[in-house]
Design a binder for this molecule. Structure first.
Ligand SMILES: [Zn+2]
Length: 91
């Protein structure tokens, strides 16, 4: 695997973990009808960052992809929210 591919894959898995964290804390929502992930514009960043930091502090396997880098975790959360639409097609 090339270095660039590895970096890209790591980035994608970080965004995917960040999306899960955001869904757990209500920063992002998943539509119950169509399953699309969207940003409800409630800006619950603090909750998501707290949850991510707690997992990193506990060396939880879910956040292993960040390698203990809290800044990488918050950056990934910001990007996941930036990339999410603000509504799904049902609205
Ligand atoms: Zn929907």
């Amino acid at each position: 695997m090339s270095w660039a591919t590895e970096v890209l894959l790591q980035h994608e898995s970080r965004i995917s973990v960040a999306t899960d964290l955001s869904l757990l804390t209500g920063l992002l929502r998943r539509c119950e009808i169509c399953g699309a992930i969207f940003d409800p514009l409630e800006w619950r960043f603090v909750e998501a960052y707290k949850a991510g930091n707690a997992l990193i502090s506990n060396h939880a396997p879910e956040v292993e992809v960040f390698g203990g880098d809290r800044r990488a975790m918050t950056d990934a959360i910001k990007q996941a929210v930036d990339e999410a639409p603000t509504s799904c097609r049902c609205y």
